[in-house]
Design a protein around this ligand. Sequence first.
Ligand code: AMP
Length: 117
Amino acid sequence: MQTDSSCLFCRIAAREIPADIVRESDRLVAFRDTNPQASTHILLIPKEHVRSIADIEDRHGDLLADIAQAAAQLAAAEGIEESGWRLVTNVGPDAGQSVFHLHFHLLGGRQMGWPPG
Ligand code: AMP
């Protein structure tokens, strides 16, 4: 599995940098965002270093399905499965990507507008 020792999220996945980890499996880690934008704001990442969703390849298999299932289970654990939640990933500067390791924001616990500003 490819990792990058200079990547913040690879280092969180390797537990070299502390984070509030709420879930871990053989290929995923989920941890609370340090700058939460909602009462639930959890980041889900693959342990493998993937720059963004634009770099998903056939070899990643059902990684995205695993992330979707983990997000739904975390939403239930957070008690927001009925009130609603959002799963979003940013790619590149216009979308506001600031960490170049694929991550999905699980957001919930407040009313959210659409479209995003
Ligand atoms: P993005 O702008 O989509 O790349 O999202 C990056 C997210 O990572 C932001 O919401 C940051 O608040 C969050 N973040 C940055 N550093 C950390 C960290 N050490 N632990 C948890 N979340 C972080």
